[in-house]
Design a protein around this ligand. Structure first.
Ligand code: ATP
Length: 631
């Protein structure tokens, strides 16, 4: 059989990509599919496997060429070098600053391949089209994939530069970056190739195997279920507004699970041998361990399975557990956790939290309802705290059950929730409406962003212990028209029962400092999520010296607080910061002196440009509440 990849020019393939790129948008999907179908048909006419070209169309799922270890930053350095551009020259700067508006052309900014194309076009003397075939391109890409140093990578890119036109280089760069930007997913392209290709890919995640096994599109094959040591494409969640959840799920009872913030991992086990695969079918067995003698996890969990279980596949999330604080750490800390030299028992370590079981002893369970699948878990294995655990779930019936759970998750700094239909099958490779993800930031923002003042802090637990993890915010009781007003109208701020007076009847705080020139603030809301760790540090640590313990019997006179949930520490307005918060709603509340508070408050940013005098006022807040309730 002829090998078309040795004749078919890469330039033809690039023309196809150009056409596909121009035809993006829903209405043109059919047109795009038709073009690809005709290209495949033509290829089949000449003979040979389509894998050489399909892998270029779907570089992100081509496991034969894993990561090139090249991102835009390296590519820009290489091209500046290959083109002999001084980094300070206009084109050098354009390439290096490809992401920054103003440096690159507005139309292409943020898309490195297009920025590069603009630069190459001005410099290339290449006329016509290249003569390289698809086979040649694959050979060159293999070399780049194997390159071990910057110099080797540079040689490979130089060879593209000397043999390809600017337009062809734009596409080769997109292939290297594994994002063609043609608006077609693997689902569409695999379906065009063969009606069973997507199903097969979902159970094996192997593009080569799919393309080679299904080379005759007229021959249908029965796709068997999952099999051990073949990574499958996991079920994903759909994003749906809270209020529509019940309608979409259409069940009396649903499961509410916390959305864990680690890495999606599928664990395959057969006769004491283990494999770990990520959501994109990257193997992590080397890290976690293939048997009881190797890795950071397997040696601790190999014996948790019931002796009758020879093989199984489990779906879950890999987290990082710290036994010192009995809490999970941000997943980014896994690398340092693995290097932890402490005693084995106190070591930070990976911990696998299982939320589904998909295969046991030769039987694939994906067509069974979730309620039956998860019931099997305690029968096949036992939990080992801090190493391998079962994810907890609650049953919910109403929208208010979801809202309550979300409030709890926000309070605990969680990622969000996943609402699941207990009757649902496991839908491979699908973003399904049977699993609904709800994150605080998805809840429609009904009210505008609010600039409020941090006035108090609450110490945290777990890995936030010893640090302020929640902040109490307040609004100005009255607008500051004129800075001298505080002195003139001091009595309007003196409405706090707990205030103490100095000899001149001025307000003083616990360190004796006179506060009579501070405007009055009323407590309004508390936030505890939405900030990055860096911002948290700057909100709490930097101001460390300024935080003072709050004596419940001696509340600062400039602040009205409700007694129920007093903060551990407070901070004076002129030493504090204005923060911008976002929320879904302003709702009545007896817990805050403002009489209202925010539902689902999220921190957006610190307003370095504002002082406490620019804080939102109570009047403005109530106006906002009226406005948002009318929306
Ligand atoms: P996001 O970026 O919002 O995490 P995503 O695009 O990566 O979303 P989604 O389908 O939206 O993926 O969400 C599914 C991901 O959520 C899974 O890949 C998994 O890693 C994670 N996850 C965390 N907790 C759960 C859970 N309880 N059930 C299912 N998936 C969960």
């Amino acid at each position: 059989m002829d090998d078309t990849s040795k004749h078919e020019r890469f330039s033809n393939f690039c023309s196809l990509l150009e056409t596909l790129q121009k035809k993006t948008g829903r209405s043109t999907k059919l047109f795009q599919k038709d073009i690809i179908q005709r290209y495949f048909n033509k290829w089949k006419l000449y003979g040979g496997s389509l894998f050489p070209v399909i892998r270029l169309l779907l570089p992100h799922i081509d496991k034969k060429r894993l990561n090139y270890r090249i991102k835009e930053k390296t590519l820009s350095k290489i091209y500046v070098n290959v083109l002999c551009l001084p980094p300070e020259s206009p084109d050098g700067r354009t390439l290096i600053n490809w992401r920054i508006p103003g440096k690159a052309k507005m139309k292409t900014v943020g898309d490195f391949a297009s920025v590069l194309y603009g630069v190459l076009l001005k410099r290339s003397t290449f006329t016509g089209k290249s003569i390289l075939t698809i086979a040649d391109i694959n050979e060159k890409l293999d070399l780049l994939n194997q390159a071990e140093s910057f110099e080797q990578q540079k040689d490979c890119i130089r060879s593209f530069y000397t043999t390809l036109t600017p337009l062809e280089q734009k596409w080769i760069v997109r292939i290297i970056l594994k994002d063609l930007k043609i608006g077609l997913t693997e689902n569409s392209i695999l379906n065009i190739y063969h009606p069973d290709a997507l199903n097969m890919f979902n159970v094996c995640s192997d593009l080569y195997e799919v393309v080679e096994s299904l080379n005759d599109s007229s021959k249908r094959i029965e796709i068997e279920g999952l099999s051990v040591f073949h990574p499958f494409q996991p079920m994903l969640c759909e994003r749906i507004p809270i209020n529509s959840c019940l309608k979409i799920l259409n069940t009396n009872v649903f499961y509410i699970e916390n959305k864990l913030d680690g890495e999606r991992i599928q664990l395959h086990m057969k006769d004491g041998e283990f494999q770990y695969w990520s959501r994109k079918a990257t193997q992590y067995t080397n890290a976690y361990g293939s048997n009881k003698n190797e890795g950071t996890l397997t040696p601790f969990i190999y014996d948790v399975f019931n002796p009758s279980i020879d093989e199984c596949i489990l779906d879950g999330e890999m987290l990082v557990y710290d036994p010192n604080i009995d809490d999970f750490l941000p997943f980014g800390s896994l690398k340092t956790a693995i290097l932890d030299q402490s005693d084995e028992k106190m070591k930070r370590r990976p911990c696998f939290v299982i939320f589904d079981v998909l295969y046991i002893n030769g039987k694939c369970l994906i067509n069974q309802p979730m309620v039956n699948r998860v019931k099997l878990l305690p029968e096949i294995m036992k939990e080992k705290y801090g190493y391998i655990m079962f994810h907890k779930r609650e049953e919910g019936k109403t929208t208010s059950d979801i809202i309550k759970a979300l409030e709890k998750v926000i309070e605990l700094h969680g990622e969000g929730l996943v609402i699941k239909d207990p009757n649902s099958n496991y839908e491979l490779g699908t973003r399904s409406k049977k699993w609904i993800k709800i994150k605080p930031e998805y809840v429609n923002s009904l009210c505008d962003e609010l600039d409020v003042l941090i006035v108090g802090g609450y110490y945290g637990n777990g890995y936030r212990r010893g640090r302020i993890s929640h902040f109490l915010c307040a609004v100005l009781k009255e607008k500051i028209e004129n800075e001298n007003n505080y002195d003139k109208n001091e009595d309007i701020y003196n409405d706090n029962d707990n205030e103490i007076k100095d000899n001149n009847n001025n307000n003083i705080d616990d360190n004796g400092k006179s506060n009579n020139n501070l405007p009055h603030f009323v407590s309004f809301c508390k936030f505890g999520s939405g900030y990055s760790l860096d911002e948290l540090e700057s909100l709490s640590k930097e101001k460390n010296g300024n935080w003072k313990p709050l004596d419940p019997k001696n509340i600062p006179s400039w602040l009205s607080l409700e007694k129920k949930d007093l903060p551990d520490v407070y901070i004076l307005p002129d030493q504090s910061q204005i923060v911008q918060l976002k929320a879904t709603e302003i709702v009545p509340s007896v817990s805050y002196s403002a009489g209202v508070t925010l539902r689902f408050p999220r921190f957006e940013k610190i307003r370095e440009d504002k002082s406490y005098k620019d804080c939102l006022t109570l009047k403005e807040l109530l106006q906002l509440q009226n406005l948002s309730s009318g929306r």
